[in-house]
Write a protein that binds this ligand. Structure first.
Ligand code: SF4
Length: 313
C-alpha cells in the first residue's frame, strides 16, 4: 500500500455570509431571550451546527404551530412563505428573521414581477424549504416550478403572457444555464432578475471545484445529505472529471479503505459546513498516511451581512 497521499484543499469552501449570519442570529437570540429559542425548520442544513445549537438551547421545529406562544420564533436562512410569516404575525409572535438577504432578494424580485403582471417560473428543487418559501410569496397560480428541462413542456402560457424566471440560490450553475437556454428557446422574451439569483457562495464553490477536481483521483465534499449546495458540489466534481466524488458528513463517516488507491484527494465543503469538520477528516488521513497538503484558491470572499435589528448588538 502506498503510504503517502496528497490532499488538494480547495477554497473558497465552508461557511458563507448567510450561514454565518443565521447561526449568529440563533446565538444572539439565546443571549437576549434565554433558552429555549424556537427555530422554524433547521436554521441551516448541517447536522453538526444543528446538534451544537440544540445543546445551547435552540429547538428546531418542523411545524411553526408547535412553537409556544410566548417565545420568539426564528425563521431559517432558507426563508419562509407568506403563510408562515402571517401565521407568526397573527399569533403575535416576535419574529427574528434569519432568511439570507440573498434569498430575500429573490422574494422581492418575485413580488416585483408579480405586481408588473408577469407569470413567473421558478427553477429549483421541489420540497426544498427555500423553494417553498419563494413559491409561497405569491398566489399558487402566479408561480410555476421547473426542476428539469422536461418540465418546460408542461408550461402553457398564452401568447400575450409576460414571463419571467427566477432560480433557487443554490443550484448548479451549468444545469441551470441549460434550463434557461431551453426556456429562452420557448419564450424568447422571457425576463430575469437584473442580478443572478444563484448566490456568490454557491457560484464560487462550484467554480473552484470545477477548476481542480480533474487533478484529483477522488474528491470529498464535506456536507450534510439535505444540503442542496453541498450536493451540487459533488455533481460539479463528477462532471469536472472526478467520478470518484462523494459527500461526507464528517470524519466518522470517512471509510479510509475507500481511498486506499487514491493518491491525490481533493477536499472542499458546502456553505453550511464548519471548518472543524474538514480539519477532522484531514486528521484522520494524517493518522494513517504521510500527507502533503496543497491549498488552492480561486480567491477570497469578504461578504458580510448585518444581523436583523431585533438582535443587533
Ligand atoms: S448559500 Fe448563498 S443564499 Fe444560501 S445562505 Fe449562503 S449566501 Fe445565502
Amino acid at each position: 500500500m502506498n503510504n503517502s497521499k496528497k490532499i488538494i484543499l480547495v477554497s473558497p469552501r465552508g461557511f458563507c455570509a448567510g450561514v454565518t449570519r443565521a447561526i449568529d442570529v440563533v446565538l444572539e437570540t439565546l443571549k437576549k431571550y434565554g433558552s429555549p429559542v424556537y427555530v422554524n425548520h433547521e436554521i441551516v442544513h448541517n447536522k453538526h451546527v444543528i446538534d451544537d445549537l440544540t445543546k445551547k438551547g435552540a429547538v428546531f421545529l418542523k411545524n411553526i404551530e408547535d412553537a409556544p406562544k410566548d417565545r420568539p420564533i426564528i425563521f431559517s436562512a432558507h426563508g419562509v412563505s407568506k403563510k408562515i410569516t402571517n401565521y407568526a404575525k397573527d399569533n403575535n409572535k416576535t419574529i427574528i428573521d434569519a432568511t439570507c438577504p440573498l434569498v430575500t432578494k429573490v422574494h422581492v424580485q418575485a413580488d416585483k414581477f408579480y405586481k408588473l403582471g408577469f407569470k413567473i417560473i421558478l427553477i429549483g428543487h421541489k420540497n426544498h424549504p427555500e423553494v417553498e418559501g419563494t413559491m409561497g410569496q405569491l398566489p399558487q397560480d402566479a408561480i410555476y416550478l421547473v426542476e428539469t428541462i422536461n418540465d418546460i413542456n408542461e408550461l402553457n402560457f398564452s401568447g400575450n403572457d409576460k414571463i419571467a424566471y427566477l432560480t433557487q440560490t443554490t443550484l448548479s450553475i451549468d444545469d441551470t444555464q441549460n434550463i434557461i437556454n431551453e426556456l429562452r428557446k420557448k419564450f424568447p422574451n422571457i425576463e430575469s432578475s437584473p442580478k443572478e439569483d444563484i448566490c456568490y457562495a454557491t457560484s464560487n464553490r462550484q467554480k473552484a471545484i470545477k477548476e481542480y477536481a480533474d487533478k484529483c483521483d477522488a474528491f470529498i465534499v464535506v456536507g450534510s445529505k439535505n444540503s442542496s449546495n453541498s450536493n451540487r458540489l459533488v455533481e460539479v466534481a463528477k462532471k469536472a472529471g472526478c467520478i470518484n466524488s462523494h459527500l461526507l458528513e464528517n470524519a466518522e463517516s470517512l471509510n479510509l479503505s475507500n481511498y486506499s488507491s487514491s493518491n491525490i484527494i481533493g477536499i472542499s465543503s458546502g456553505a453550511s459546513v464548519p471548518e472543524i469538520l474538514v480539519e477532522n477528516i484531514i486528521s484522520k488521513f494524517q493518522k494513517n498516511y504521510s500527507l502533503e497538503i496543497e491549498n488552492v484558491s480561486l480567491g477570497e470572499e469578504d461578504v458580510q451581512f448585518k444581523l436583523p435589528k431585533e438582535v443587533r448588538k
